[in-house]
Design a protein around this ligand. Structure first.
Ligand code: PLP
Length: 352
């Protein structure tokens, strides 16, 4: 049945192992971030088999899918006040930046008798989540007065909103803040969490500051690339996940629509280039399932020329393959395409 995403388990294992070992050499543990594949347990298991120290998810619904996995689970997105009970039930650790939320976690942890750990996020310039450096001391002082939650460590997230690249300076600042907290409050922090796949290039360059002991990795595992500069990581694969979609129409048609051009299905006024007659294929997948800009056909002679909710149109004129109705086209995907493909209930997931 199509459309489907085929996942090569062996290649995923090799990607994860390569990155895990890269980090381990520098004394750094990795958490597998499972959100891009919606916490699919079979794939989380592959990550654990390849040596990750725990699983990390941004959504409680996906943590529920992972509830039977034997691994420490971290909630990546700051908890909503409306989901505190589930957070304590399904996550061992959560990333936090708001005292009110931490206090609510403490309350539920103390009533349920479940231990819950906190990683305090610090904003070092990317302007997504995190306490500002000047407010860290006051926050930690308050957290340490709560008895049912434990401050496991501190962390940073970069290159997400602001595109800020991790450097020896900003990650060094995180380590310095951790040391300062340990001295000032007489505590031990287990974790100094130095970011996501965008921090990996520092490992490759040998510039990761001493003291960073955890990275939270998603994209590098699934696509085999670091995300500060988008470079491939040696020894990894970029085709672990492959989209397959079936041709439902194949005809020679004009490249220019005929008639007065109004709006397309999404309210945009499309513009066209006259390339004369072309061989056009329609495959049964659309914007409800995928971001077409994030797909690359395996057959490099094909060009995606448009998509509506349920149809994607390709120019197949230049290809040597004599395509016909019923043939299946294969595509590589980027992160945003993968995110949508996994979220779409119409796309089957097939592990091989
Ligand atoms: C998504 C996410 C990650 C993983 O990012 P990748 O770029 O996929 O490695 C790490 N930390 C947090 C807080 C996240 O939200």
């Amino acid at each position: 049945m199509y459309p489907r995403v085929t996942i090569n388990e062996k290649k995923l294992y090799e990607n994860v192992k390569t990155v895990v070992e890269m980090a381990e050499v520098k004394g750094i543990n990795t958490l597998a971030v499972t959100k891009v594949f919606c916490g699919m347990p079979e794939l989380a298991q592959v990550c654990l088999n390849a040596g990750v120290k725990g699983l990390a998810e941004s959504r409680v619904e996906n943590l529920v899918r992972l509830k039977d996995m034997h691994a420490e689970k971290t909630l990546l997105r700051l908890p909503m006040l409306s989901e505190i009970e589930k957070v304590v039930r399904y996550a061992d650790v959560s990333l936090n930046s708001e005292y009110e939320t931490i206090k609510a976690l403490n309350k539920i942890a103390s009533v349920t008798g479940r231990q819950h750990q906190i990683v305090l996020m610090i904003d070092l310039g990317d302007l997504r989540e995190g306490v500002l450096p000047e407010d860290v001391d006051a926050m930690v002082e308050k957290i340490l007065k709560l008895h049912a939650v434990k401050l496991k460590g501190i962390g940073v997230n970069l290159t997400c909103y602001g595109g800020v690249i991790p450097t020896p300076e900003n990650l060094g600042e995180l380590v310095a803040i951790a040391k300062h907290l340990e001295t000032k409050f007489g505590i031990d922090l287990d974790v100094i969490s130095g970011g996501n796949s965008s921090s990996l290039y520092l490992l490759e360059k040998g510039e990761m500051p001493e003291g960073i002991n955890q990275l939270r990795i998603g994209e590098a595992f699934v696509l085999g690339r670091e995300t500060a500069y988008g470079n491939a990581i040696q020894g990894t694969h970029d085709d672990v996940f492959v989209l397959e979609a079936q041709i439902i129409e194949l005809k020679e048609k004009d490249s220019m629509p005929k008639g007065t051009i109004g709006m397309d299905a999404f309210g945009n006024k499309p513009v066209f280039q006259d390339k004369g007659r072309m061989q056009r294929a329609i495959v049964a997948i659309g914007r409800q399932d995928v971001d077409p800009d994030g797909l690359t056909p395996f057959d490099l002679a094909l060009e995606i020329i448009g998509a509506s909710s349920d149809h994607m149109i390709l120019d197949v004129t230049q290809s040597d393959t004599p395509y016909k109705v019923g043939d299946v086209l294969k595509f590589k995907m980027d992160y945003s395409a993968m995110l949508k493909l996994f979220t779409s209930a119409y796309v089957k997931k097939h592990i091989e």
